[in-house]
Design a protein around this ligand. Sequence first.
Ligand code: ZN
Length: 700
Amino acid sequence: MPAKSSAPDNINPAIVNWTGPLGLPEFAAIEAGDFAAAFAAALPVHLAEIEAIAASPEAPTFENTIVALEQTGELLTRASNIFWNLTGAHTNDALQELERKLSPELSRHYSAIQMNRALFGRVDALYQKRASLGLDAEAGRVLELTWKSFVRAGAELGADDQAQLAATSERLAALGTAFSQNVLADESDYALVLEAGDDLAGLPDSLLSSMQAAAAERGAEGKHAVTLSRSIIEPFLTFSERRDLREKAFKSWVARGEGAGERDNRPIVAETVKLRAEKAALLGFESFAHFKLDNTMAKTPENVAALLNTMWAKARTRAREEVADLAQLIVAEGKNHAVAPWDWRHYSEKARAARYDLNAAEVKPYLQLEKMIEGAFDTATKLFGVRFKAHGGASAYHPDVRVFEVLDAGGKRIAIFLADYFARPSKHSGAWMSEYQEQHKLVMDSDASGTPGKSGQTPIVVNVMNFAKAPAGQPVLITMDDARTLFHEFGHALHGMLSDVTYPSISGTSVSRDFVELPSQLYEHWLTVPAVLQRFAVHHQTGEAIPEALLAKMRAAEKFNKGFTNVEFTASALVDMAFHSLSPEQAANIDPMEFQADVLAGLDMPDEIVMRHATPHFAHVFAGDGYSAGYYSYMWSGVLDADAFRAFDEAGDAFDSATAEKLLRHIYSTGGSADPEDAYKAFRGKLPSPDALLEKEGLA
Ligand SMILES: [Zn+2]
C-alpha cells in the first residue's frame, strides 16, 4: 500500500485540510506565497508513494499496483487543484511567477513517474495478462488506459530517448505557460476608452452599461471602455456605427499575442511546433497529430480531414453568398468600401434585421443572467432530477463566486457547484469548467484530512465565464451567445457532477477530447427549447415572457450567418491540424505567421473573415497541449450532439424521461469507464454521420 501522505507541518494546513463550509478550502486562509512550500512538500511525498508501489516485493496485482496508483498523490492533487484554478480565474504576479517555475518542474515530476521502469514493469505485467485477471469492465478499462498513458509518456523507450523526451516535455510546459501569460497580459492591459457623444453612436443601452462598468473598473469613471472580453468586443463590433473605431478595436483584438518584445507569442509557437514534432517522432509517430489522435474517437488525421474538408467546402460557399448580401447593404447606405472583417458583425446584424425583422437589441432585454442561470438549473432538474441550493454562507476565492449545493431527488448532496460569471483583469478570457475535487468511490486510506478510511468523494466543480457586469443596481443582461456559453459550460459541469465511477482517473470529463464536448454542446440545445425560453426569457422591466412572435423570428433566423461561423471555426481547426501534421524536418524552422498565411491561402480563405483564433492567441492549442491537433473536437462532438438531441425530437418531448435516463446512464455519468463509441451506441443505437450536423447548420 502507498505510504501515508500525512500533511508535512511546514505547509499551510488550509491547502491540505478543506475545512470551509461544504468541505471547500478555506480560501481566505490561503495566500499566493503558501503554494511554493506546499508543492515542495507534496512532490517528494508523491514520489515516495510511487516508489513504495514500484519497489513492492509482492507480485503485481490490480489492487497493489493499479488501485494503489489511483490512490497516490492526494496532497499534490489538492495543492494543484487550488493553484491551477486560481491561476486561470484569479491570478496575480506572485501566482504567475510560481506558475512559470512550477510548470516545467511538474512536467519533470510526471515524466519521472511514467518513465519509472520498475513501476511500468508491474503495469505491463498486469496488462499482458489482463484477460485472466477477472476484472470487471470498469477496472479493465482503467488498466488499459493506465498502460497506454505510460506508453504514450515514453515508458518503453531507451534511456537516452527517455531523457530527451523528458527534456522536451519540460520545455513545452514552460512554453505553454509563457504563451498563456502573454495573452492574458495583452487582454487585461487593453481598453479603448471612449468619450461620450459620437464615439458611442449606435451602441445599445445594455452595452453602454457594461462598457461603463468596465471603464470604472479601470479607473475611468464616467467613461466607456471597449475591452477584449467577448461580451463587450463582439457587441461593440456589431452595433458601433463608427467604422474607424470598429477597425481600431478589431485590429487590437486579433493582434493579441503578436506584439513585438517579451510578450511575442510567435517565437513560442515556432519552438512549440518543432518540439511537438520531435516528441511525436521519439514516440514512433509520423507527426504530432498522429500521436494526439491515436487515443481519440477520430483516431487518424485522415478522419479529421474528411470531416473538416466537408464542412469547409460547404461553409465557404455559404460565406460567399453572405458576403454578397452584406456588400449590398453597404452600397444601400451610400458607402463604397468592401466588406472588411470589422464590418462583418455590423452588417450581418443589419442583414438579419432586414430579412427576419429581428435584432439582437430586441432580444437582449429578455436575457437576464439570473433567469438564464435558473433556466440551466431547471433543465437539469427536469432531465436528471438534481436540484441546486444557493449556499449564501460559503465564500470562495473571489466575492463574485457563488456556491451551490447540488442535491439528488432524495435530497442527498451529490456535488458542490461554484459559479464565477464575470470578467475581471485577473481572469483569463474564454469560458471553462474545471474541478477542485473529482468524483470517485475509492477508499483513500491516505486521506490528507486525516480521516481514516474515507470512502469516495463528491465532486466540487467550477464554471468560469467572462460576462460583462452591469453597473450596481441594474440587472445583468446577456446576449444569446452568452446564454449559449452559459448552457455549454453548465453541460460540462453536469458531466463532472453527475459522474458515477469508481476510479479517479476516469472520473467525469476524463474522456477522449473529441467526446468531451458532447455533454456541453448537447446541453446548449435546451436553451432554445420554446418551453425554456418562454419560462426564463422574461423582460427585465415588465417581467413578461418573451413574445411568441419574437420566438418565431428567432427560430426562423437560426441558420442565418452559418457560413461565417463555420468558416471562422473550421479555418482555425484546419490551421491547427496543419501545424501539427509537420514532420520534425518540416517543423524545424517555420515562421508561424507565414505558415498560417500559406495554409489559409491554400484554403482560399475569404478575405472578409479571419480565423476565430489566430495563431498568436490560439490558447486552446498553444497554452498547453489540451486541444492541440484537437480544435476539431468541437465539430466532431458537434456531429454527436446534433444526432443525440434528435433522440428527444423523436420522442416528441425535449424532456422525455426515458431518453433522459439513458442519457444520464450512458453519457453524463459514465466518465471514461466506457469506450466513447460504445457509450454513444448504448445511448443512441449507432454512430451518426456528419449529415446531422450539416443539417443543423443549414449546410446540408
Ligand atoms: Zn466546451
